[in-house]
Design a protein around this ligand. Structure first.
Ligand SMILES: [Zn+2]
Length: 392
């Protein structure tokens, strides 16, 4: 197998040389990377370096902004013309894999890998919503990061390496069409071993970095199945929101994915974004799996950011996700489910503070109304004071 990896490396090198990419040693991390034979040579690959605040500041500004949906449509049409069929993404709520939440488009092949289902020779295009909670701690300190995002993927099984390279070439053409010129890219190659529960296998990955921002990667691998057969997979995926950021070259990654009329910190935006996605996918708050994330994020909103405006932001993000994914839940119900969970924490606080009956599944407004109408001699001044204390 390692001989194979060397062969891939060789054919990739030939492919890149043909396309006028040349090898450079990164002065920062020592990795070998590829860049175009352009006038100004970059010294470092930019991969896994902390994202600068404004990585695109030195590039010329865009004449016209493109929104995420427009960019998605351009990519979709381009792969459609190549015979890729758009396939429904996996619902993040029903992951059977090793993780609680769907994290990659390639999980579309989970049935093939884990369940002995026959792999079909299809060229698949997936717009896969992903949640990666481990990014949460970086939201306020780094740029280009969100805990939920769209991964736009092309997935093909039983494919030869040279065909995999052709798809990569097509992705490069799409980027050029979008105004992301190859001169601004560096490419880093990584050979690694992974194990997805069916045994160790080598994976050959190529990372695409645009002005120090990683946009995505292209992997090629032979993964063993439980019945000892092997599936060959070409798995290429790019973060839509990062592409949007790079195409528009705005100062902040959040500029194109936030409501214009709301000025608030990135953590609040990120949490409501992810909560909206969970609700749209039909996740219900619970004490395990995706429902636990729903509960945890709602708790943070109730403790740090509670105000009525957050539910408008939830509706904004519901509409954002609905551009790309068919909602499993109707819009009003999705927004209500977030509200009920956020306000459940508020209601518990109020109940403790006022020593009142435990809240039901109800909004804070409904709970307070119920309390007011059920008690005699309520001092509304004290009542309002306590509420203020609980929702601040
Ligand atoms: Zn480097």
């Amino acid at each position: 197998m390692s001989n194979d990896v060397q062969d891939y490396h060789k054919s990739l090198k030939n492919f890149l040389t043909e396309k006028k990419w040349f090898e450079t040693k990164c002065s920062f991390c020592g990795r070998i990377f590829y860049q175009k034979n352009s006038v100004s040579h970059r010294l470092s690959c930019g991969w896994k370096e902390k994202n600068e605040k404004q990585p695109f500041a030195n590039l010329s500004k865009r004449k016209r902004i493109k929104n995420p949906k427009q960019i998605h449509d351009i990519i979709l049409q381009s792969f459609d013309s190549l015979g890729f069929k758009k396939t429904l993404p996996l619902n993040i709520a029903y992951s059977k894999g090793k993780t609680d939440l769907i994290i990659a488009g390639v999980q579309i092949f989970d049935e093939v890998i884990h369940c002995n289902e026959k792999s079909k020779n299809e060229k698949i295009f997936i717009v896969q919503p992903c949640i990666r909670m481990q990014f949460q701690k970086l939201i306020n300190s780094e740029e280009g990061i969100s805990t939920s995002f769209i991964n736009i993927c092309t997935e093909v099984t039983n494919i030869e390496f040279k065909e995999h390279l052709k798809i990569i070439d097509h992705w490069c053409d799409v980027f050029s069409t979008l105004g992301l010129h190859m001169n601004e890219f560096s490419i880093v190659i990584e050979e690694n071993f992974e194990d997805w529960g069916t045994g160790k296998f080598p994976i050959f990955k190529i990372f695409f970095i645009y002005n120090n921002v990683e946009l995505g990667d292209a992997s090629y691998f032979f993964i063993p199945k439980k019945n000892k057969e092997v599936v060959i997979i070409s798995d290429i995926g790019f973060g839509l929101e990062r592409i949007v950021w790079a195409v528009n070259r705005t100062n902040s990654y959040f500029d194109m994915i936030s409501p214009w009329t709301v000025v608030c910190n990135k953590e609040l935006l990120d949490i409501t974004r992810t909560l909206s996605l969970l609700a749209l996918c039909g996740v219900i708050p619970s004490n395990n799996g995706p429902g636990l994330q729903f509960r945890r994020l709602s708790k943070i909103l109730s403790e740090k950011y509670y105000r009525q405006e957050i539910f408008l932001i939830v509706s904004y993000y519901f509409d954002y996700w609905a551009n790309f994914i068919k909602p499993s839940v109707n819009r009003d119900l999705a927004i209500l489910s977030v509200r009920l969970e956020v306000e459940r924490f508020i209601n518990l606080k109020i109940s403790k503070e006022l020593n009142t009956p435990v809240p039901r599944k109800e909004t804070t407004e409904d709970y307070l109304n119920r309390l007011i109408f059920n008690f005699n001699n309520v001092n509304t001044v004290d009542f309002k004071k306590t509420i203020k204390k609980c929702i601040k």
